[in-house]
Design a protein around this ligand. Structure first.
Ligand code: CS2
Length: 487
């Protein structure tokens, strides 16, 4: 088992933390210790920890989900002293393996809520970051407001000193700091959302306002919510992948992470209580992240889910298979060059065509073996986040909607869970109930358009778009995906 003591006799081809872990104290509390966070923020922070004066930025990870899986994950982190290996693979197959030491502790919130609250209230904690998924902010897409009516939020509002949601924890932590005269911490969202800092602000302040308006006012005056654009393709790691990674590295790691060699983090420099020297680890600090987000979300994520849905229907299971298919590659290129690029306000110096080419190469990375089911998972939330801008702009400008309609059609057809070869698969849609999933399978091909995935443009006149979606679904069912792809 990988442990602190393993670091003394690592194989020479594995990079160990270049700092003394015992000197590292905790400055960051992170909610949602998934693979992406471990390959991204933790990797950047790990590089900072090697620099002089940075030893105050270790991370405490917090898991919010109990149950046997949550407990097993917590146990694994605890047994491994927070260590895990990160394998980075390039499209040409070249790989490097490093041990990431930035995670100093892992707390399972349902098992010990007070330990989490103590950490949040501790003056040493100066940043609280999170990767809680696109749908995790509990925002009503129609009103843009934080939803107070969900059972989990209601439970926290009724019992705010013993919270269970991330909103309840963070706000209770801030309440304790205010009461004790401790400065606030920065709340840093690292999710793929448009204006993730503003969304985090809406969510946390919205929760606090329902609880105590004076606390909400204090948070607004003292907490900063920087926006960021985060990017690194990080596949899920199943047992087979874990075994393969361990075999290649020679380690015995229960928690290995795999990622592409590319990584990008563009961040707004708005930290109310200090931050690590992330610029020395390659993070780009800019005044306005919005343009970078647009590029990322509307180029990468939007085409990812497009290729994911089309690929699943055609019988593919991995991302690289979709761009190896000449028809799908042509379709993705048409989406990028005709629908996305002309409607994106890119920041100065960003070359969108080079970005497109880089995406093709990133998507073709076979060693990453990213699954289409992961890419399409929680599509109900992702479609809202990734497609809304493009759809709204196209509706407003009268831009040709054919490819977008085809993408929406493919997403709805994909939800039926059966590919063109007759094989079944299980779409992962944690926010949809069985009745909603059934809408996608209904004989009425317009019924699925009632799903919340499409709320982002519900207020617009979508008569033509809706008709095009129905036509595309009919064509996909009658002739198959390949024959119905828009020319
Ligand atoms: C993917 C992302 O699941 C998805 O929506 O598009 O997880 C993607 O891999 C990352 O955003 C890459 O940074």
């Amino acid at each position: 088992m990988l442990k602190e003591t393993t670091l003394n006799h690592l194989p020479t081809n594995i990079r160990a933390p270049q700092y003394r872990r015992e000197d590292v104290s905790v400055g960051i509390v992170h909610f949602g210790v998934g693979n992406f966070f471990r390959a991204h923020e933790a990797w950047y922070v790990d590089q900072c920890l090697t620099l002089p004066g940075q030893s105050g930025w270790g991370i405490v990870g917090v898991g919010l989900n109990g149950g046997s899986r949550g407990a097993a994950k917590a146990r694994a982190f605890q047994q491994q002293d927070g260590l895990y290996s990160l394998t980075e693979v390039a499209a040409d197959g070249a790989r490097t393996v490093s041990i990431i030491g930035a995670l100093r502790e892992y707390l399972l919130a349902p098992a010990d809520p007070e330990a989490v609250l103590r950490r949040l209230a501790d003056p040493e904690t100066r940043i609280v970051s999170m990767t809680i998924t696109e749908g995790g902010y509990n925002i009503d897409e129609k009103t843009g407001e934080f939803r107070l009516d969900t059972p989990a939020v209601q439970a926290d509002l009724a019992n705010p000193r013993r919270p269970a949601t991330v909103f309840g924890y963070v706000v209770e932590g801030l309440r304790r700091r205010r009461e004790a005269g401790v400065p606030a911490f920065t709340v840093m969202s690292c999710d793929n959302l448009r204006s993730n800092g503003h969304i985090a602000h809406t969510a946390f302040v919205g929760y606090a306002r329902a609880l105590a308006p004076d606390l909400a006012a204090w948070i607004e005056a003292n907490v900063t919510f920087p926006c960021s654009m985060v990017d690194r393709i990080t596949p899920g790691v199943d047992t087979a992948t874990r075994n393969a990674l361990n075999e290649a590295s020679g380690l015995d790691d229960d928690l290995p992470v795999l990622a592409e060699d590319f990584s990008q983090w563009v961040l707004e420099d708005k930290f109310c209580n200090g931050r690590p020297a992330l610029e020395k680890a390659g993070v780009q600090f800019v005044d306005d992240v919005a343009g970078y987000e647009q590029v990322k979300v509307r180029m990468l994520n939007a085409s990812h889910i497009l290729l994911g849905a089309l690929g699943l229907l055609l019988g593919y299971r991995y991302a690289h298979e979709t761009v190896e298919d000449a028809d799908l590659e042509r379709f993705a290129n048409a989406y990028w060059t005709l629908d996305a690029i002309p409607q994106i306000d890119a920041p100065a110096g960003v070359d969108l065509d080079a970005y497109r080419q880089r995406l093709l190469s990133r998507f073709s990375n076979r060693a990453v073996a990213d699954t289409l089911l992961r890419i399409c998972s929680d599509g109900a939330s992702k479609v809202q986040v990734f497609w809304t801008d493009t759809v709204r702009r196209s509706l407003t400008s009268g831009h040709d909607l054919e490819r977008i309609a085809f993408g929406i059609a493919a997403y709805l057809e994909m939800l039926r869970g059966r590919d063109e070869r007759g094989e079944t698969y299980s779409p992962i849609e944690p926010t949809l109930d069985a009745d909603q999933i059934a809408l996608a399978a209904a004989d009425d091909l317009a019924a699925g358009l009632a799903l919340p995935a499409f709320d982002g443009w519900r207020d617009m006149d979508t008569t033509e778009l809706d008709a095009a979606v129905v036509r595309a679904r009919r064509a996909i069912r009658d002739q198959g995906v390949r024959a119905s792809l828009p020319r």
